[in-house]
Design a protein around this ligand. Structure first.
Ligand code: NAP
Length: 268
């Protein structure tokens, strides 16, 4: 039980990756705050965790709102205790092409994806500093590291990485570690609208991935728990791609080049 008795906050925990991260921390002894702006979802995930015999607190909050984040942090501290681990996971991705995106969409994506990390870190850091320990894991994206569309979301995810480094450097002396994960495609409900339009979307995306599959929420949870645990006690300010090899190189291009060179054996 790596997190016995620790208090862990997971934002956007009502769905997808956040839900599984919350469940996995609870499975390793943590008391988990399940934070989501959709009350039904947060309640349902907290109920699942409680039914499995662990401690969970459902908190309804829009993490882009300073008032709601401050209220969330205060409630978690009073009902579960001082926060040991913060996982910044909530996100939306509404803006795409710069020319088509309006200003309000840009502002909203930036607020939910990036400002939320600032607000949640600002909320938990004073108590972590006071106690001389704490771990923050920011769920960024491969979109932060190369151009893959969704420009507002991607710019915000890139900003999240620099904020991760800033917090790691500034607060390392207080025993606080801050790291980021850059997931590739992960099978979650965020993809549902695209699956509805194109049921074969994952089969097509698999061709980009050297490891031959898209990710599952557990892949991201495994990395999150490692970075939050004492096993990562000398890791801070890092960005860990958890992406099946997507960022290691252009797999489709390599296959085409190999085929062009007549190297059928490597072009499997
Ligand atoms: P998801 O299934 O949509 O779950 C995210 C949850 O956060 C949803 O319940 C969402 O509600 C909630 N949320 C959104 N804005 C919020 C806010 N302002 N305050 C509180 N809760 C909010 O997404 P996911 O696929 O699990 O993604 C989780 C994280 O992984 C995100 O940071 C995402 O960028 C990152 N990621 C995902 C993938 C992927 O392929 N799935 C790839 C790279 C990175 P709504 O549904 O109402 O928005």
């Amino acid at each position: 039980m790596r997190f016995e008795g620790e208090v862990v906050v997971v934002t956007g925990a009502g769905s997808g990756i956040g839900r599984v991260i919350a469940q996995r921390f609870a499975g390793e002894g943590a008391k988990v705050a399940v934070v989501d702006w959709l009350p039904d979802r947060a309640d349902a995930v907290a109920a699942e965790i409680s039914a499995a015999g662990a401690t969970a607190l459902s908190v309804h909050a829009d993490v882009s709102s300073r008032q709601q984040v401050d209220a969330m942090v205060a409630r978690v501290a009073s009902e579960l205790g001082p926060i040991d681990v913060l996982v910044n996971n909530a996100a939306i991705a509404d803006g795409d092409d710069v020319l088509q995106m309006d200003e309000a969409t840009w502002d909203r994506d930036l607020a939910v994806v990036l400002k939320s990390v600032f607000l949640c870190c600002k909320g938990v850091l004073p108590s972590m500093i006071e106690r001389g320990s704490g771990a923050i894991v920011n769920i960024s994206s491969v979109n932060a590291l190369t151009a893959l569309g969704n420009e507002a979301y991607s710019a915000a995810k890139a900003g999240m990485i620099n904020l991760t480094q800033g917090i790691a450097v500034r607060y390392g002396a207080h025993g606080i570690r801050c790291n980021a994960i850059a997931p590739g495609t992960v099978r979650t409900p965020i993809w549902q609208a695209r699956i509805d339009r194109d049921p074969a979307v994952f089969q097509r995306l698999v061709k980009w991935y050297p490891l031959g599959r898209v990710g599952e929420p557990d892949d991201i949870a495994n990395a999150t728990m490692f970075l939050a645990s004492d096993q990562a006690s000398w890791i801070t300010g890092a960005v860990l791609p958890v992406d099946g090899g997507l960022l290691a190189g252009n797999y489709r291009m390599t296959r085409e080049l190999l085929a062009e060179a007549g190297n059928e054996k490597l072009d499997s």
